[in-house]
Ligand binder design. Structure first.
Ligand SMILES: Nc1ncnc2c1ncn2[C@@H]1O[C@H](COP(=O)(O)OP(=O)(O)O)[C@@H](O)[C@H]1O
Ligand SMILES: [Mg+2]
Length: 441
């Protein structure tokens, strides 16, 4: 308000002065200008408030659209691994449609107003020039007066500039949307195989090496994960743990060697089967801005029983009572309404409800307290599935059937915790320096 008042006074003063000058120069011509103002001013005035409203609505739905795009970019791993491209591109389309409708409305309104305003502000000077010219020819007015008059007239129509400033930029969403579809259309489906998931799903890494560009990350890995075994992967950060497990869901394929699943090369299986039966949960994965329940269901059909079982096993039920609307609480952008540990438990429930044959938890419980992590691990031990867990907690590692020690992309030891502790200096060092040892460990 403090700023608006002086501006308004100034504008008004401007108007009075210019009117006085124009009247002085030639009052007849000024009458013509005056006659146009009843059309011009109301349009400008009403359009400003309306335009602001339109812009506000448009900006809001544009904001929704960009956060919708961002959310899907952030969650692309989940969308890919859960095969949910269609579901999420539908929800994206809705946001896009909504925005483009609002933008079109705002756009049409602006263009109409602008056209009317331009028409008036261009036509009047032409009339003035015509009539004024006539007066000059007849000797009723000097050419100088006409030029002076003519150069003052546009000042009356100044507010037209304000509209221009408010113009909504309609094109800006396109690059974002393009990038979004590019990512969803990644040619990851190539190299799809034919086999269904096997009954005996032993996993074997045979001479696996892997490079990111020129950096060798995994060297000659040979490993065996027996069916339904519970294995812990231990190693300092950067040792290649995450890379190792992402090969198993085929986010990448090995540079050398092969991964056997039930004695067949993993690349010969249908990718969809692999993604359905082998679930990777990463601790830093964001949730989608939907309810807790929707984040778990992802639009698939599960019974209430299946849902309750999954949330119980993943210990979501331990904190859900704290949320005002329970499972129907919307978790906000990236799941920011929840703590890290809560978010991670929802992500685990999302994987569990789909009863995978192999579950990989890549620091998926890093934000969960020691005791709850232990409880989750105990629950998971009861499942008939292979569990590969990357964790920094001694309590979890100790309970694994087998610990695999990774350093600089190589396997430096394999066995149960006590064995490694006895035989491997590297293991002892990691245990001493890297692990979070809880109160009860
Ligand atoms: N997407 C990537 N592109 C390039 N290099 C990567 C990528 N992900 C990981 N790396 C590199 O690979 C090595 C192993 O990383 P990672 O598998 O994440 O180890 P860990 O999970 O044990 O911390 C690191 O040197 C890391 O910088
Ligand atoms: Mg990692």
């Amino acid at each position: 308000m403090a700023l608006v008042l002086p501006t308004m006074c100034l504008n008004f003063l401007n108007l009075v002065v210019i009117s006085a000058i124009l009247t002085y120069l030639n009052w007849q011509l000024f009458l013509i200008v005056l006659a146009s103002l009843p059309f011009y001013w109301p349009i400008i005035r009403s359009s400003q408030t309306k335009l602001q409203n339109y812009s506000k609505i448009e900006r809001k739905s544009f904001g929704k659209l960009t956060s919708s795009i961002k959310e899907k970019l952030d969650g692309q791993l989940i969308i890919k691994v859960f095969g949910k491209t269609k579901y999420f591109s539908n929800s994206f389309s809705k946001d896009e449609e909504n925005w483009s409708m609002q933008a079109t409305k705002a756009g049409i309104f602006q263009i109409t107003i602008l056209n009317i305003a331009f028409f008036i502000s261009y036509v009047i000077p032409v009339i003035i020039l015509g009539l004024g010219g006539l007066l000059v020819i007849r000797g009723n007015m000097s050419l100088g007066t006409l030029i002076a008059f003519f150069s003052f007239v546009p000042w009356i129509y100044e507010p037209i500039g304000i509209i221009n400033e408010n113009l909504v930029q309609l094109q800006r969403v396109e690059p974002l949307a393009e990038r979004f579809f590019e990512i969803l259309d990644m040619p990851e489906e190539e190299g799809d195989g034919i086999y269904l998931f096997p009954e005996d799903y032993d996993v074997e890494y045979k001479n696996i090496s892997f490079k990111y560009r020129d950096e060798i990350v995994l060297k000659n890995i040979n490993l065996f994960f027996g069916k339904n075994e519970k294995v812990a992967l231990v190693g300092t950060s950067g040792s290649g743990k995450s890379t190792m497990v992402s090969l198993l869901v085929r986010l990448y394929d090995p540079t050398n060697g092969k991964i056997l699943l039930g004695n067949k090369n993993i690349i010969d299986y249908k990718l969809q089967e692999i993604r359905e039966k082998i679930k990777l949960v990463r601790g830093n994965e964001p949730l989608f801005n939907m309810t807790v329940k929707e984040n778990i269901m992802l639009d698939d059909e599960f019974t209430e029983e299946e849902f309750m079982k999954a949330v119980k096993k993943a210990k979501v039920d331990k904190f859900i009572g704290l949320l005002y609307e329970g499972y129907d609480t919307v978790v906000r952008e990236r799941g920011s309404k929840l703590s890290d540990g809560q978010r991670q438990r929802v992500a685990i429930a999302r994987a569990l409800i789909r009863e995978p044959k192999v579950l990989i938890l890549d620091e998926a419980t890093s934000g969960v307290d020691s005791q709850t992590e232990e409880e989750i691990f105990d629950e998971l031990k009861e499942y008939k599935m292979t569990l590969i867990i990357i964790s920094h907690r001694l309590s979890t590692i100790r309970k694994a059937n087998k610990v695999i020690l990774l350093k600089d992309g190589e396997i430096k030891g394999e066995g149960v915790h006590e064995e490694l502790l006895k035989n491997s200096p590297i293991y002892r060092e990691i245990i001493e320096s890297q692990l979070i040892v809880g109160k009860f460990d």
